[in-house]
Design a protein around this ligand. Structure first.
Ligand SMILES: [Zn+2]
Length: 103
């Protein structure tokens, strides 16, 4: 069944990689679709991530949701109170490791 699709092939690969890391059986469809669309609408040709077994879906969707928040959520440095983007693991201001404070 289809789990995820995105016009951005990079995002699709990220999802595929994420599922691989968690040993969820999956594969990509329409990987090379753009540029060879023929009569199909662009929507039909988006790269897609498919899972072999629908019972993986809840777990896979949770992982994808986590991936999305992990890259966008900001955090505040516990040392200097600077706010950092979610893609930084250490504070860009003072070098303090972030996201350790879960009070
Ligand atoms: Zn800091």
């Amino acid at each position: 069944m289809k789990l995820y699709s995105n016009n951005d092939r990079f995002m699709v690969w990220q999802v595929k990689q994420l599922l691989d890391e968690h040993n969820i059986p999956c594969f990509i469809k329409n990987e090379f679709a753009s540029g060879a669309m023929g009569e199909l609408s662009p929507l039909d040709c988006q790269p897609e991530v498919w899972i072999n077994d629908a019972s993986w879906q809840p777990r896979a969707e949770k992982l994808i949701a986590q991936m999305n928040t992990a890259t966008t959520a900001e955090w505040t440095c516990p040392n200097c109170a600077e706010s950092n983007g979610g893609n930084f693991e250490v504070c860009w201001q003072c070098g303090q490791e972030g996201q350790v404070d879960d009070r």
